[in-house]
Design a binder for this molecule. Structure first.
Ligand code: BG6
Length: 482
């Protein structure tokens, strides 16, 4: 089925995502000969462009955003597969015309991937028009749809959106994208846990003291303030990316790497998360956020959040999971810290038990992808110990193989029909179910923690440190130096 001709239709083709991510990802797969032998890429947007203008813009984007040097010859042969269709997202007749255009383009009945790189307000009309114009039936080839985030604004809107899409597409045709799942290092979490034997026996409450998931960004909201001020860090980062990282770290081993086996385990994990305690959350804004263009006066939108989560199941009962994310912080860094318990008994009398730093495994998701494991070692010619580190860096270990962009893997998976790195409807709703009460609690509950501020370029507000100090924990960095 995958060798059949395939058409990829990108709705929102004039947008940033198409030039910055989608086309470079498809081009790389083309150069690696991973796309089906016969394929078409059709950009759909409102702009009054012809095919040449569209391809020229994509070429400029490639020069700006592609990770490797662009070989013109390869680009020109790739370009022959790209066309442009001018149409409106809110006009069903334009979808009918698109259908005719696609029939003309496709020599044989082809498979089709519809990619929605559009504002969320257009998701439902586009899905409906695809249905109305009979562009969804799979009689002559598969029909799949990739939907970008944000998937809903809260639990109810995510449910409504799932329902509206299910009126037209079956769940097996729907690919809800979370680009964090396409990151090599995020995928590696499962390999780390389940392709080795030494971690899984200690991967539980008996040996792990606490887990920290940090996704810090140095950029501020920049030109995205209009969107961001409506969303805030919890919708923008926690509901999707941090929850997905958490699921990879904490879920039970699936029996296979098949989409439903993986997604069943994620759903089970999300269902075991204890409702969040507002008293164990921190919300903050970086100083100067309110002055940014596009931010509402007196906006209460957080640009930083930290929270403590507990998973009430056999494996994790009582282990705090600390999650934090924010903008305008000191460094861009995504890492997962697994802090192990202290040894139960210390036979070295000279050592002060309380000074001994526990073992820490740091999984560095980005930017310096790799892993660090810190241990205690005896200092030569002394009775004392020192913390030492065993490290692995992708850059030095896998020389010559730059990490593919997340979109490359995810797009290929959608073409191949592998949804294991995509989110299922129940998973997305379960994640909202956990996150939603925090957002509404902050907005409506007068006892919830008030908004605090933090200096640009810091590691966030001191309240986030206090959150951990209550349990005698501290935020750790294993992958970067302050
Ligand atoms: C996006 C968010 O989903 O992820 C952005 O909307 C954020 O606000 C981005 O900056 C971070 O992605 P990455 O891959 O740069 O860590």
């Amino acid at each position: 089925m995958n060798d059949k001709p395939t058409t990829i239709v990108i709705f929102g083709a004039s947008g940033d995502l198409t030039r910055r991510k989608l086309i470079p990802a498809l081009f790389n797969s083309y150069c690696k000969k991973r796309l089906p032998p016969q394929f078409n890429i059709v950009g759909y947007a409102r702009r009054d462009w012809d095919g040449d203008q569209f391809r020229d813009l994509l070429y400029e984007g490639m020069q700006q955003f592609a990770s490797d040097e662009l070989v013109d010859e390869e680009w020109h042969s790739f370009c022959k597969h790209i066309s442009y269709f001018k149409g409106n997202l809110t006009d069903s007749a334009d979808f009918g015309a698109l259908r005719q255009f696609l029939y003309g383009l496709e020599d044989f009945p082809a498979n089709r991937l519809y990619y929605l790189a559009i504002a969320p307000g257009f998701f439902v009309p586009v899905v409906q028009f695809l249905g109305e114009n009979n562009m969804v039936s799979e009689e002559k080839g598969w029909r799949r749809i990739v939907i970008e985030k944000p998937f809903g604004h809260d639990l109810q809107s995510a449910r409504d959106l799932n329902e509206a899409i299910h009126h037209v597409f079956d769940e097996h045709q729907i690919y809800r994208i979370d680009h964090y799942l396409g990151k090599e290092t995020a995928q590696n979490i499962l390999y780390f846990r389940f392709a080795n034997t030494i971690f899984e026996p200690v991967w539980n409450r008996n040996y792990i003291d606490n887990v920290q998931i940090s996704v810090t960004e140095s950029v501020d909201v920049g030109h995205r303030a209009g969107y961001y001020d409506q969303a805030g860090v919890v919708r923008d980062m926690f509901q999707n990316h941090l929850m997905q990282l958490l699921s990879l770290v904490a879920m039970e081993p699936p029996a296979s790497f098949k989409a439903d086996a993986v997604r069943n385990e994620k759903f089970k994990l999300f269902s075991s998360i204890r409702p969040l305690d507002l008293g164990q959350t921190v919300r903050a804004q970086y100083e100067g956020y309110l002055d940014a263009n596009g931010v509402a006066e007196n906006s209460q939108t957080p640009t930083y959040a930290a929270l403590t989560m507990y998973i009430d199941n056999w494996r994790w009962k009582g282990v705090p999971f600390y999650l934090r994310s924010g903008k305008a912080l000191k460094k861009k860094n995504t890492e997962i810290i697994i802090q192990f318990e202290r040894p139960p008994h210390l036979m070295f009398e000279e050592l002060d038990e309380t000074q001994l730093v526990p073992n820490v495994l740091s999984m560095c998701i980005q930017p310096d992808e790799g892993a660090h494991f810190s241990l205690q070692a005896k200092i030569p010619d002394s009775v004392e110990t020192q913390e030492v580190s065993m490290e692995f860096h992708y850059q030095s270990e896998f020389k010559g193989s730059p990490l593919p962009d997340a979109y490359e893997r995810l797009l290929l998976d959608a073409i191949r029909g592998d949804a294991s790195l995509y989110t299922r409807s129940d998973g997305i709703e379960a994640a909202w179910q956990i996150i939603d009460p925090v957002i509404s609690g902050w907005e409506n509950d007068s006892n919830s923690p008030s908004m605090v501020s933090y200096p640009i370029g810091s590691w966030g507000p001191k309240e986030a440190d206090t959150l951990l100090e209550r349990n005698k924990h501290v935020w750790r960095h294993g992958c970067i130096h302050d």
